[in-house]
Design a protein around this ligand. Structure first.
Ligand code: FAD
Ligand code: NAP
Ligand code: SF4
Length: 673
């Protein structure tokens, strides 16, 4: 009988070291880099103990000029190497292997001293770069090699050279960043000299028994990037220069195409990795939106890649590999690609964590310790907050009963998962379902709980969520008016012309839902549809994968007006994903109107005023997505019984509620109760 996930779990012999399986924990800046090394040690050791084959750290700069932002981490001195020894020792003690990523930001940085091969400013970073003189080029090459040698001294098993996402090496490789005409720029041979010199000189310095991974940008997805012929030429030269593993990078940060958000289909770019793999004789790792063992297995079995690199899924579940090895895929806590607690935090210079795993990056602070005083606890509401509390409290040894009036667990996530591009939210419900069984939570569904049902419990946790906000608007009870629950959950029929009141996350999601029909699979579920929608050339003839390619979007079956009172641009709630949600809606022809005053609703439609100018939107339906109010009527009745009540999630505070807060609050309370 074949082993489960046999390709994923197959060891990989690099000649001088054998990795136990094909899983790389990809590099990700978490913000822990700026703390004493013990915190990173705890974070990475937890992943090593979870069985990952090779860990790659967040990006560390080889010089002060290459940092991502002021005061960010470098590897330039023996003192730095000594600090990192704490990390490598912890990982090795847990049975893992770890490479340090060397990242030189070039012009993609938040500090004014940044440098680039030419003085061209990045469109999304604030400071124009200084042009690198030949002396500075030599200096930065030496710094890079020095960082690699110091990493070796610190006990790392290797380095990853960050050659993707638009950082310094991409700037050298493309005319987008490199307008030189000297030994370091001009034709492609000279443009690729800088990265190749780094590899050659590093290999010479560190010797043969040190892993060199090169993360290469296989599709730049920006104008004036590389052709795919250039990508293949570079891959072959990297192999000759001494690279052991090529890892996949897709898209610069400057690209206007989403590459890792939930709306990107799983494994959307492994077809590109496959082309590189076919051109070289060293292992090549696939990445981007690979999050489950069976999917990783499929990619490897199909021959698209030799390894799988996952960054965010390792935040979501440090035991991903061990669970695959134990054939317990249903227990994997799946990364849903939301970016809400990881990249959104990193780009706001906050410490990262994970929406579905509040322990991520808090391994040294948030512990789920077995209790020696088990209590009988009732949890009302099996939404994200209630499921999180119930499963952690039961894991700690409490007797937990979880009630919901619905016949299924999941709360609003059952609504969210209906939105095209949010299908992944199903995985979180599936995960909590498995944890409910594993930790012995007693589940009572289909029961609307009253205070009298709770008299026998020691403590009660109210996780009863929210109720949609009602608007005091004339005509709000007109038959044209619907709530987002009518549309997304009840699937009531909606007309051809629709106005959506409220352009928060739910208003945008409802608009997204309304712009799809049953004739076209959502782009999030169909790779070819996704590539068409964003204008990516699958034949790889177009420079950068995009030049000269026209995006083709399946037409919306409805005309949608998305309305907001505030007079500011409508973007989704996520710092790193909101722009893409907006872009999708614009491509679908959604009219976004801001500065709106709502006047009344009648047979004619929705009466509004824009800057005092009255206007009627002659729509068939008006859908209200105007925020939410907490729902906690039970509180007083339960307290009257003399039982301690805790409020979590929407039942606590509805304003600015999201699943990150709901799950985090549930877990933190459960860790203490
Ligand atoms: P809820 O999920 O509302 O769960 C409350 C539960 O309590 C329900 O199951 C309800 O049936 C039950 N209940 C209530 N009263 C009783 C009673 N008396 N007896 C028994 N059961 C009761 N958040 C994000 O972070 N990211 C997103 O991308 C995102 N997208 C969303 C998209 C949509 C379309 C929607 C609707 C929401 C989205 N959210 C998103 C918000 C997120 O789902 C909520 O923040 C989260 O569900 C709140 O969790 P909760 O447990 O507090 O409440
Ligand atoms: P929300 O983000 O608070 O948005 C509510 C919208 O309604 C706002 O656009 C607001 O803008 C409008 N509004 C508020 N009061 C109104 C009133 N009295 N009359 C008319 N309009 C009013 O809430 P939500 O969209 O319901 O989302 C609920 C929570 O789920 C949010 O915290 C959200 O972050 C989270 N969520 C997140 C995502 C995600 O992708 N990360 C997706 C969905 C939901 P104006 O007042 O300017 O009109
Ligand atoms: Fe994945 Fe969201 Fe967690 Fe980030 S916050 S690791 S995207 S689930």
């Amino acid at each position: 009988m074949s082993r489960p996930f046999e390709h994923v779990l197959q060891p990989l012999d690099l000649g001088f070291v054998t990795l136990p399986n094909r899983v790389i924990m990809g590099s990700m800046h978490t913000g822990l880099e700026e703390f004493p090394p013990e915190r990173q040690a705890a974070f990475f050791a937890r992943r090593a103990a979870g069985g990952v084959g090779l860990i790659i750290t967040g990006g560390i700069s080889p010089s002060e000029l290459g940092v991502l932002g002021p005061g960010m981490c470098t590897m330039t001195t023996e003192a730095d190497a000594k600090k990192h020894k704490v990390i490598t020792d912890a990982v090795h003690a847990a049975g893992g292997r770890i490479c340090m990523q060397v990242l030189h930001a070039g012009r993609q940085s938040y500090h004014p001293m940044n440098i680039s091969p030419s003085g061209k400013k990045s469109p999304i970073f604030p400071f124009p770069p200084q042009t690198m003189t030949t002396e500075v080029i030599e200096q930065e090459l030496n710094n890079w090699v020095n960082a690699a040698a110091l990493a070796q001294q610190a006990g790392y098993d290797g380095i990853e050279i960050m050659g993707s996402e638009g950082y310094l090496l991409n700037q050298f490789l493309t005319t987008r960043g490199n307008e030189r005409d000297d030994a370091w720029g001009g034709d492609f041979e000279r443009r690729m000299r800088f990265p190749l010199e780094i590899v050659r000189r590093t290999r010479e310095r560190v010797g043969p028994n040190f892993i060199i991974v090169y993360r290469m940008s296989m599709l730049d997805l920006v104008p004036d990037g590389q052709t795919f012929d250039e990508v293949i030429t570079l891959a072959k030269e990297l192999e000759k220069a001494g690279v052991n593993i090529i890892n996949t990078g897709i898209g610069w940060h400057e690209a206007k195409i989403p590459t890792i958000a939930t709306m990107v289909p799983r494994g959307a770019f492994t077809w590109v990795t496959r082309k590189v793999k076919e051109a070289v004789n060293i292992p090549v790792a696939a990445s981007n939106r690979i999050n489950m063992p069976s999917h990783a297995e499929e990619i490897l079995a199909r021959g698209d890649a030799d390894m799988i690199s996952m960054a965010r899924p390792m935040l979501a579940d440090p035991d991903w590999v061990n669970k695959a090895a134990a054939d317990k895929e249903d227990e994997v806590n799946t990364c849903i690609g939301c970016n809400q607690a990881c990249l959104d935090h990193t780009f706001a210079l906050r410490q990262a964590s994970c929406l579905v795993n509040p322990q991520a990056c808090y391994e040294d602070q948030l512990f789920y310790v077995k209790t020696d005083k088990p209590k009988n606890i009732a949890v009302i509401g099996a939404g994200p907050a209630g499921m999180s509390f119930a499963t952690v409290a039961a894991e700690r040894g409490h007797n937990v009963t979880l009630f919901d009036q619905d016949t299924q667990i999941g709360g609003q996530f059952n609504i969210a998962k209906q939105v095209p591009g949010k299908e992944e939210f199903y995985e979180t419900i599936r995960y909590f379902g498995a944890m409910i069984v594993k930790h012995g939570v007693t589940l009572q569904l289909g029961k609307r709980v009253g205070a009298a049902d709770l008299a026998e419990f020691d403590e009660v946790v109210l996780a009863t969520g929210i109720a949609p906000r009602q608007l005091p608007l004339e005509g709000v009870n007109h038959p044209k008016v619907m709530s987002y629950i009518d549309v997304l959950k009840e699937k009531k029929p909606v007309g051809k012309r629709v106005a959506v009141i409220g352009a928060g996350g739910i208003g945008m999601d409802t608009s997204e839902f309304l712009t799809h029909d049953s004739h076209h699979a959502p782009a999030s579920l169909d790779i070819d549809e996704f590539l068409r929608e964003w204008g990516i050339d699958k034949t790889l003839q177009a420079r950068s994968g995009i030049e000269g390619v026209k995006a083709q979007v399946s037409p919306s079956p409805r005309e949608v007006y998305l309305l907001q009172r505030k007079n500011k641009k409508i973007t989704g709630p996520g710092k790193t994903t909101g722009w893409a949600h907006r872009e999708v809606l614009l491509k679908k022809g959604v009219h976004m109107i801001t500065g709106v005053e709502y006047l009344k609703i009648d047979d004619e439609g929705l009466h509004i005023a824009i800057n005092g100018e009255p206007k009627v939107l002659a729509v068939d339906n008006i859908i209200i997505c105007a925020g939410q109010e907490p729902q906690r009527e039970l509180q007083a009745g339960v307290e009257a019984l003399g039982i301690k009540v805790h409020l979590i999630g929407g039942a606590d505070v509805a304003a600015e509620l999201d699943a990150k807060r709901a799950i985090g609050q549930g877990a933190r309370l459960a860790a203490e109760v």
